[in-house]
Design a protein around this ligand. Structure first.
Ligand SMILES: [Zn+2]
Ligand SMILES: [Zn+2]
Length: 206
């Protein structure tokens, strides 16, 4: 008997699930889980809500409501959508929950102690007017590669992951002010080294 943890990516609670979400990810994961159970294996369906994406923050600002209220409302809708197609996750983890914070920190610390985390100097866009660091999706400007209008997350036109110090004519979507850069500390995973370890772990698990 094998044990499977089936973990479709947790949706951001900024709206209901549409058919593309359900058909593209959650239904396939459900079919796989059910199939493995029918074949006599243990399978757990684990998903949740990613409340730390900026999509929920953007929606909350648009509505003028607290982020936690907006997240709560959409999590309720997401669970209703899953139930409507008879998908019942074994665990539904909210990223704002204490257990998630504990687990995420434990993984981070273990990686850091093993030397897989590099803390480097970096920069992040900053709005002097609002006196705050600006999240990727709240900065708008011009893509350095294709000149399209983009946020500082991912250029929808050319697919470039836009770094904060390369976004041209950066403005804050909240207030329209021109943005500057401020120094920050960034924790970066040593992916070339981690990839080897992960490859080995995945190889051993099959
Ligand atoms: Zn601003
Ligand atoms: Zn582009």
């Amino acid at each position: 008997m094998r044990t499977y943890f089936v973990c479709p990516a947790p949706p951001c609670p900024n709206g209901k699930l549409h058919l593309g979400h359900v058909g593209g990810v959650y239904l396939l994961a459900d079919m796989f889980t059910r199939f493995q159970r029918m074949a006599g294996h243990r399978a757990y369906y684990i998903t949740g809500a990613d409340e730390h994406g900026t999509y929920t923050l953007v929606k909350a600002r648009k509505l003028g409501q607290p982020v936690s209220d907006v997240a709560q409302k959409h999590i309720h809708e997401i669970l209703q959508c899953l139930r409507a197609v008879q998908i019942t996750p074994d665990a539904f983890v909210r990223t704002s929950s204490e257990i998630h914070k504990e687990n995420a920190l434990a993984i981070f610390r273990e990686l850091q102690e093993a030397g897989y985390v590099d803390v480097r100097d970096g920069v992040q866009l900053y709005c002097e007017h609002c006196d705050e660091f600006v999240a990727d999706s709240l900065a708008v400007g011009t893509c350095p590669a294709c000149d399209a209008t983009t946020d500082s997350n991912l250029c929808e036109n050319c697919g470039l992951a836009v770094q904060h110090d390369t976004l041209r004519d950066a403005r804050h979507t909240t207030c329209g002010s021109t943005l500057g850069l401020r120094p920050i500390k960034q924790a970066v995973f040593d992916m070339p080294r981690l990839a080897q370890v992960l490859d080995k772990a995945i190889g051993q698990s099959t």
